[in-house]
Design a protein around this ligand. Sequence first.
Ligand code: GLV
Length: 327
Amino acid sequence: MKPKKVLITRIIPDVARLLLTDAGFEVLEHQGEGPMPQDELIRRAQEVNALITLGADRLDNYFFSQCKHLEVIAQFAVGYDNIDVEAATGVGMPVSNTPDVLSDATADIAFGLMMAVSRKMFFNHKMILRGQWKQFEPLKHLGMELTGKTLGIFGLGRIGRVMAKRCLGAFDMEIVYHNRSRNMEAEKELGARYVSFDQLLKESDVLSVHCVLSEETRSIFNQQAFAKMKSEAIFINTSRGGVHHEPDLIEALKQGVIWGAGLDVTNPEPMLPDNPLLEMPNVAVLPHIGSATIEARTGMARLAAENIITYYQTGKMITCINPQVLS
Ligand code: GLV
């Protein structure tokens, strides 16, 4: 029998290629620096049976209309807002993602941003680079402490739960959260208290976003939301930039409506170097590195490959997003 062909749309840790090759698949890899242009992605997808995709690949309705022949897709990311899952489901195509393996790494970035913002670390570092560190300043650039503060989690799933655990252990923070449905396990483990979205905005000293990007959550952190937050609040987003309205966030920070912000995701990405957020003392921005550890990226590559192998061996996937298409 001819081997099944799997296209990996970027170079990812080698474990994916090795596992697939060992299992008898023929592996093709896009060697370029960035994502393929859409027409090339479609053309190359038409020549294979399965794909390992990344967040920058656009798998929209048109893509699925052109690539109905694909048998399975494994996304190398936990987020999959780049994939029209309804369209995939419509053509009976199973899609998987890579949850769990990146939860620690991403929560660490949320925690690190919270620390960096609370003590204006990125700004103070820039001061040294600019030769502006002259002497001990008794009154300048004072940060704020986190011990005993209230952490609000928007989207208490796997990553939010690790972030909450870190904050509870390190700073004895009180945890409140808002989700579509209650997370009883986390309530038990962390003493987390479920609150309405408005209450989350009102009570949080640090508000950390860990939800998926959907039509429901797009721009949910906008002018109206920021206006309900405390003026000393820190806003952290490590999920997707589309969840906050960036011009509204900039304005809220400029006007002192909220105190600070830490972002690993921006809107758009990449953020341009002249973005005013980059010059604000109480802001820390990173270039979407939540899962950028050796451990997480290796785990993601392994899980993506194992999802494809498991699909062909058993008809199931380990972490399928649309399991209703699996018989
Ligand atoms: C990264 O942003 C991911 O969704 O895995």
